[in-house]
Design a protein around this ligand. Structure first.
Ligand code: PMT
Length: 216
């Protein structure tokens, strides 16, 4: 029973995309509807956990039991995570964080140049939020996601190691896979174990993920 483990536990979750502004009307961003992270938040709250959900721009609602913090950019998500990770027993990073942001955000709308057909943006690296949490002395149990279009398990294991995570949830993504759908398939990987969860709703996968974490 999920409640036995999660009742009273504190869980921090990130979800959704981040949007990196180019100017006041344009942005670049990653694909994510937020569904996966919101499903985990809802399932954990139902199991009695104290859930804080830090989310990028999404079209989803969440029940009152979940403390929701809305952010837009990766830097804002990072600041919110830094403020909340130390109270958490577990951190689940389901957000699709943009790896880069625009170096100089224009203060005014960039005007279309009539004399050129190209435009160049300089991007700089964003902080790696989940890797930062996993480096802290007082780190919670850290669960990351790996969204890959090829070599899923190999790349996921590499991220598990490189980011010093306790667990990674690998999912194949593509045009019609992973993002936005209500169903997904996940492989849960720790240094010791691998568990394949076949195609199911994200609500069902959330319950199975929380069960697997409680068994660690
Ligand atoms: O939101 P949905 O539409 O339901 O789709 C769900 C999902 C496919 C977005 C989700 O299941 C998922 O895989 N989320 C992670 C997507 C991602 O950005 O993966 P990644 O392989 O690029 O990143 C690896 C891990 O590092 C992730 O835990 C990510 O949150 C984290 N990360 C990445 C970059 C960064 N700057 N900071 C991070 O914390």
């Amino acid at each position: 029973d999920l409640k036995q483990f999660w009742q009273g536990k504190s869980l921090l979750i990130t979800a959704g995309p981040t949007y990196e502004n180019i100017d006041p009307v344009r942005f670049i961003g990653n694909r994510s509807s937020g569904k996966m992270g919101f499903s985990i938040a809802e399932a954990a709250a139902k199991a009695g956990a104290k859930v804080t959900l830090i989310t990028g721009p999404v079209q989803l609602a969440v029940s009152d039991q979940v403390k929701r913090i809305n952010v837009r950019s990766a830097e804002q998500m990072f600041t919110a995570v830094q403020a909340h990770y130390s109270n958490a027993d577990c951190f689940i990073s389901a957000a699709a964080v943009a790896d880069f942001r625009v170096a100089d955000i224009a203060e005014q709308k960039i005007k279309k140049q009539s004399d050129t057909d190209e435009m160049t943006l300089t991007l700089v690296k964003n902080p790696d939020i989940v890797a930062w949490v996993a480096q802290q002395d007082d780190k919670p149990y850290v669960v990351g996601f790996a969204a890959e279009t090829q070599n899923l398990i190999e790349y996921a294991k590499d991220k598990l190691q490189r980011k010093n995570l306790d667990m990674i949830c690998a999912n194949q993504v593509g045009e019609t896979l992973g993002f936005e759908q209500s169903e997904n398939a996940l492989t849960l990987i720790t240094s010791e174990q691998e568990l394949e969860l076949s195609l199911a709703t994200k609500d069902e996968l959330a319950v199975q993920l929380l069960k697997f974490i409680s068994a660690q």
